[in-house]
Design a binder for this molecule. Structure first.
Ligand SMILES: Cc1cc2nc3c(=O)[nH]c(=O)nc-3n(C[C@H](O)[C@H](O)[C@H](O)COP(=O)(O)O)c2cc1C
Length: 373
């Protein structure tokens, strides 16, 4: 049925011109101080606006939600104005842009936290297999081990849900078409979901229903701001077979199929617009089992987006199987701002420059050549 990357699609009432998506990609280039979206970021998103669908880089919903220096936020007036400038320019190109709402929870360091406080998390379980990035001077920084977090009091959790709601209000004011909740890659929402990071004994810990409660409350809260069809949720189910794979932001679910199919069913009942699956993307990483793709398709009725080492052939294959409706190209889209046209015309692709992924200038950010250059 969905046999091509170039078949249009509808998402939350928005017509998407193709099924090629720009997935969320942290690039650490916001204006300092203040983590403010700037003109360089506007150029970057505008260059890629021929994508059928775009999601911003992870964007912190509050100061405590930051785990890496120079990532943008959506909690101050200056940040909202910066994003407004970007959404207007993308819309003028006929693009669709959702904002990825991000809270890192324990994946942070005191140096990034207001008053050098401890990062917050469901439980006092430190992230061991991941590094965060702190600023050591203007334009300079280093990777460090995250600080041990403190556990949120039960009474603080509704305040966090409210911070997500407020961030959705801000995203709407900034002109975004919708929002995506970052519930993947070991960050705050994922920390509630996983038994490895959540040993709470209140209604937010223990059973899977309890561990999904925070996500459920956040989705309900942001659904009062955006139509639920304009809300996406991103997960990263990891079907790990080896010990090395268990090193995944320090967090692996013991039963990913049960966890994420239950979550998908819950979100389907809440009528969200799409589910985004971040597949493992490192060398020799485990494949998402076909049985999971099939079960997910049966469980979740709206749009499914996938990303993680896709090339055109693999993308066409999962679309043709009906397992996904949208395919994100991460590093490929970084290096090829006109990716849809290149795929359509079978033009050779630029390769990505790894040293300029995080932080820096326009070099390796907005200077990748298009076909016409
Ligand atoms: C530089 C870089 C930054 C990323 N930042 C984010 C992010 O902010 N939020 C997120 O959910 N995923 C993030 N990811 C994961 C991507 O969205 C995507 O899933 C991944 O790059 C796999 O796709 P690819 O193999 O086509 O690059 C990032 C990946 C890269 C390479």
């Amino acid at each position: 049925m969905h046999s091509s990357l170039f078949t249009p699609l509808e998402l939350g009432g928005i017509p998407l011109r193709n099924r090629i998506a720009l997935p969320p990609l942290t690039r650490c280039r916001s204006a300092q101080p203040g983590n403010i979206p700037n003109d360089m970021m506007r150029n970057y998103y505008v260059q890629r606006a021929s994508a059928g669908f775009m999601v911003t880089e992870g964007t912190q919903i509050e100061p405590r939600g930051q785990g890496y220096a120079w990532t943008p936020g959506i909690h101050s007036a200056e940040q909202i104005a910066g994003w407004q400038n970007i959404t207007q320019a993308v819309r003028a190109q006929g693009g669709t842009l959702f904002c990825q709402l991000w809270h890192v929870g324990r994946v942070s360091h005191r140096a990034l936290q207001p008053q050098q406080q401890l990062p917050i998390a469901p439980s006092v379980l430190p992230a061991t297999n991941v590094r965060v990035f702190i600023e050591t001077g203007p334009g300079e920084g280093e990777l460090v081990v995250p600080s041990e977090p403190r556990a949120l009091e039960t009474e603080e959790i509704p305040q966090l849900v409210e911070l997500y709601r407020q961030a959705a209000v801000n995203a709407k004011q900034a002109g975004f078409d919708g929002i995506e909740l970052h519930a993947a890659n070991g960050y705050l929402i994922n920390q509630f979901i996983s038994v490895h990071t959540n040993d709470r004994t209140d209604q937010y810990g223990g059973s899977l229903t309890n561990r999904l409660r925070f996500l459920k409350e956040v989705v309900a809260a942001v659904s009062t701001v955006f139509d639920s069809g304009r809300i996406g949720v991103r997960f990263s189910p990891l079907f790990s077979t080896t010990e090395e794979d268990r090193v995944y932001l320090g967090l692996v679910e013991p039963d990913p199929a049960e966890t994420y199919l239950t979550a998908a069913k819950m979100l389907d009942e809440m009528n969200i617009g799409y589910l985004s699956i971040a597949e493992a993307d490192w060398d020799n990483s485990p494949e998402l089992p076909e049985s999971f793709r099939i079960a997910l398709r049966k469980t979740f009725t709206s749009v499914i987006m996938v990303a993680g080492r896709y090339d055109q052939a693999k993308a066409q294959y999962v679309l043709a199987q009906g397992w996904a409706d949208l395919v994100g190209f991460g590093r490929t889209f970084i290096a090829n701002p006109d990716l849809p046209e290149r795929l359509q015309r079978a033009v050779a692709l630029n390769s990505v420059e790894l040293s300029s992924l995080y932080g820096g200038t326009a070099k390796g950010y907005t200077d990748y050549p298009t076909i016409d250059d």
